[in-house]
Design a protein around this ligand. Structure first.
Ligand SMILES: Nc1ncnc2c1ncn2[C@@H]1O[C@H](COP(=O)(O)OP(=O)(O)OP(=O)(O)O)[C@@H](O)[C@H]1O
Ligand SMILES: [Mg+2]
Length: 157
């Protein structure tokens, strides 16, 4: 049977091997990555942390834009270029962090990271590589990889 399989989806339930990604999707353009973010965003509950990993241009902000849409937030998300965090109000607010400019993990304290975790929003973090010690148990990890030709591998754990 021929499937119209864009984006391709490979759902892998983790029985006992926690190393396997829960879901791997290949997106073919920015809109599809936004859509994957939206799908995840619809499932977010207060207090969820989403750690994004991936290089410059991998699609972290695109995915975050989708998360906001999924949460029902109508303000358009952009990169927090001059600040570390942008706040988007909503029933479940979204706190969008970009850790790119952090020099040390201890700067998390200065931006009030622990307070954000307690504020009942969704916390989404670009450049999670910079702050490996920041994430509480239960953090959803999303890895984005540029495969070329506008394709991105999106792995959700
Ligand atoms: N499949 C795709 N998914 C997402 N973005 C794509 C895709 N194909 C092409 N693009 C392009 O890649 C870029 C992704 O930009 P985006 O700002 O989301 O990346 P980023 O990971 O947040 O980068 P940065 O590390 O600079 O914050 C955009 O210009 C977008 O149009
Ligand atoms: Mg970005």
């Amino acid at each position: 049977m021929k499937h119209n399989s864009t984006p391709a989806m490979d759902n892998t339930l983790r029985a006992d091997n926690a190393c396997l990604p829960l879901m791997t999707i290949i997106t073919n353009n920015e809109a599809e990555t936004v859509l994957e973010g939206e799908t995840l965003g619809r499932t977010l509950v207060a207090g969820t942390v989403v750690a994004l990993y991936g290089e410059l241009g991998a699609g972290k902000t695109a995915f975050t834009r989708g998360l906001a849409i999924g949460l029902g937030i109508s303000i358009s998300v952009s990169s927090p270029t001059f600040t570390i965090v942008n706040e988007y109000p909503g029933e479940i607010p979204l706190f969008h962090f970009d850790m790119y400019r952090l020099e040390t993990e201890s700067e998390l304290f200065d931006i009030g990271w622990d307070d954000y975790l307690e504020r009942g929003g969704g916390c989404v973090v670009e450049w999670s590589e910079k702050v490996p010690g920041a994430f509480p148990p239960g953090t959803i990890e999303v890895r984005l990889e540029n495969l070329g030709n506008n394709m991105r591998r999106v792995e959700i754990n």
